[in-house]
Design a protein around this ligand. Sequence first.
Ligand code: PMP
Length: 427
Amino acid sequence: FSGSERYLHRAHQVIPRGVNSSRRAVLRPTPLAFTGARGSRITDIDGNEYVDYVAGYGPMLLGHQPPEVVEAVRTQLAVGVLYGGQHEAEAELAERIVRMVPSAERVLLNVTGSEAVQAALRIARAATGRRKTVKFEGHYHGWIDPMTANGPGSPAGTGPAPRPVIAADHDVVGPEILVCPWNDPEALAGLLARHGADVAAVIMEPVAVNGGNLWADDGYLATARRLCERHGCLLVFDEVVTGFRLAPGGAQQRTGVTPDLTVLAKALGSGFPISAVAGRAEVMRVAEHTIGHAGTYNGNALSVVAANATLDVLEAGQDSLYPRLDRLTGQLADGIERLAARHGAPLQALRAGALVRLHWDAPTPLRTYADTLVGRTAPLRDFSEHMVRNGVHARETGLWYVSAAHTDDDVDRTLAAVDRALTAVSS
Ligand code: PMP
C-alpha cells in the first residue's frame, strides 16, 4: 500500500483530511488511492485489484464503466457537454422516471442527493404552508445543515447549525426538525398529534439503510402514510439509496406504499452526478409558480444521458437483472452468516435488495438505530481491514453494495476472503 500512503501524504499538504467527501471512510490499512475500475473490480495505485462493494457509495448499480452508459456519454461529449437551455434528453429522463417510480408524476433534476432532499422539503413547505419536518432516528438525508441531525454523518463541532435535541420521550426540542424513533407507530402518532398542524413533511428512508438496513415492520409504512393524510403532512421517501436498487421502482414498488414526494440519486446516474425530486403533479405544481429551482448543473447533458442509458438497462432488466441481483446478494449474505457461525463470530448480514449490512455483536433481531450502533465497532473495522488485505474493497461501516457486474466467481472469492478475515480477527 506504499503508493496509496505516498499519495495520501501529498494530498494532506493541500486537502484537509487528505481526501474530499466521506471516501476516507475506508481507512484501514490506509485510505486507498485508485487508478481504475471496471465491472465489479477496482484497482489501486499499487496495482492491487479488489472486488468492489463500495461501488462509489452506491451509484454503481451496473458496476463500473457500464458499456451502455460509457457509450451514451461519449456520444454526448462529442456534441456538447452543457446546454444552457432545454434539451430533449431531459424530458426523456423525466418520462422514464414517471414510468418506473410508482408515485412519480412530475420530476425536477438536481445534482446531489443532499440538494434534492432540500428541494423536496422546500416543495413540501410551499405546498402545505407549514415549516416543520419530521425525520427518524438514524436516517441520513445528506449533509445540508438541518437534516444532518441524529443520523450517520452528523458533523460534530460545526457550530450553531440547527441541530435538534431529543428529549426523553423522543419528542423534540429543536426549532424545525422533529426526530422520531423508527418502527414505532405510537411515537409517530403522538408526535403528529402534538405537532402535526405545523409539519410540512415526514421524511424517511423507506428502508433505514443508513441506520443499518432496518426494514419497516409490517404495516408501519402504511400507518405513516395514513397519519400523514390525517394531519395533512406530505410523506417524503428518500430513495437516494433504495431507488432503482431494491426494484426498478425502488422501495415504494417493493412495499406498495407510495409517498407524495420521492428523492432519487446514486444509482440514477451510474456515477455521473444527478439527482431528482419526483412527486404527485398536484404537489409538484408549487414548483411552477411558488418556488424557484436553480442549479447551474441541473439537467446537464452528460449526467442526463448517463441516467437515460442507466434506466434503459434497468427497465429492460426488470425480469432478469433484479432476480440475478437478489440471488447473488442472497448467496453473499447467507455465505457470510454461514462462515460467521462456523467461526463462532457474532456477525450478522442484513439484506435489503442488492445491499448487505454487516453487524458485529448486535442484538438479534436488530430493532432500533441504537442496536445497529452496537455493530459498528472495532471488530467490524478489523474485519474490514482484513477484507481489504484479502482483495475485497469493503467499507468499515459494513455497508456493502452489490452490482449487476458482480459474478458468481466474485461471490466465491469474497467468501474465501471472509473465511480468511474471520480466521485473522478471531486469532
Ligand atoms: N439520502 C440518503 C439516504 C443517502 O444515503 C445519501 C448519501 N449517502 C444522501 C441522501 C445524500 O446524497 P449526496 O451524498 O449525493 O448528497
